[in-house]
Design a protein around this ligand. Structure first.
Ligand SMILES: Nc1ncnc2c1ncn2[C@@H]1O[C@H](COP(=O)(O)OP(=O)(O)OP(=O)(O)O)[C@@H](O)[C@H]1O
Length: 232
């Protein structure tokens, strides 16, 4: 494998994909080419931001970066389940993964150490949030109204979307301190907040399309007990 290797930025570019390679990395110099995926520079528990600042890996920046990465993986898995079940949701989920890469670029570029050249490369395009809202509205129109608290359920596509939704909320929590400290664009936080709504709606939509039952919350005393079941 051959990829663009940027000193100080680490493998972030290679890992976050071609959009970033074309955007951020192509204009960063000096550029060298390596064949190895590892540099060993992170072996002592620190890594670098796109702005070249070395921080511990448990710093808020890498926590948020890692959580958005985890979220994208969960969405990828959900997209596979959706595709197997024949839902036309795969393309949208892939677009969302691309936008998440842009969110990652923004997180990797803390404003306190960013120069103008960095900022231009990682500027977050918030217009996509409106498009995602229209996707939510479109699905909601087809869904039966929500009358009960739904448990994550309704088939593999739905459950994987619920899992992605819950990781999305963790990503939101991990990004909140960075927004509060004015280190990242607040629109990225708005995006992940809306994304959890999208994932919730998409989960319900997938369950409906597959004809799978969404389980609802009941107080423990209202559930049939094992003894009741035996009597039946
Ligand atoms: N544990 C982590 N969680 C989240 N983000 C990380 C983590 N480790 C590194 N990063 C970020 O992802 C980028 C790519 O990760 P990579 O594993 O290449 O970094 P590294 O550990 O510093 O270097 P190397 O793995 O080559 O020793 C880093 O430049 C950093 O921005």
């Amino acid at each position: 494998m051959s990829f663009t290797r940027i000193p100080m930025l680490g493998l972030f570019c290679a890992r976050i994909g071609t959009r970033h390679l074309q955007g951020v990395c192509a204009l960063t110099s000096p550029v060298r080419y390596y064949n190895k995926i590892y540099t060993k520079t992170g072996d002592k528990g620190t890594s670098v931001t796109f702005t070249g600042v070395r921080k511990p890996k448990d710093n808020a920046v890498f926590k948020a970066l890692g959580t958005t990465d985890e979220l994208s993986s969960a969405i990828g898995l959900a997209a596979e389940f959706c595709s197997e079940a024949g839902h036309p949701m795969e393309d949208r989920l892939q677009i969302i993964q691309c936008v998440l890469q842009d969110v990652g670029s923004n997180i990797a570029t803390p404003l306190s150490s960013a120069r103008n050249a960095h900022l231009q490369k990682v500027k977050f395009n918030h217009k996509f949030i409106h498009e995602m809202e229209s996707w939510i509205d479109e699905m909601t129109e087809e869904l039966p109204p929500l009358k009960n608290f739904i448990l994550p359920s309704g088939g593999k596509s739905a459950c994987s979307l619920h899992l992605a939704r819950s990781i999305c909320r963790r990503a939101e929590r991990s990004m909140a301190p960075l927004v509060r400290d004015e280190e990242i664009d607040p629109e990225t936080l708005k995006f992940v907040n809306r994304l959890s709504d999208f994932l919730f709606t998409a989960a319900r939509y997938a369950a409906m399309k597959e004809g799978k039952e969404e389980k609802i919350y009941r107080r423990i005393g209202e559930l049939p007990s094992q003894d009741d079941k035996k009597k039946d």
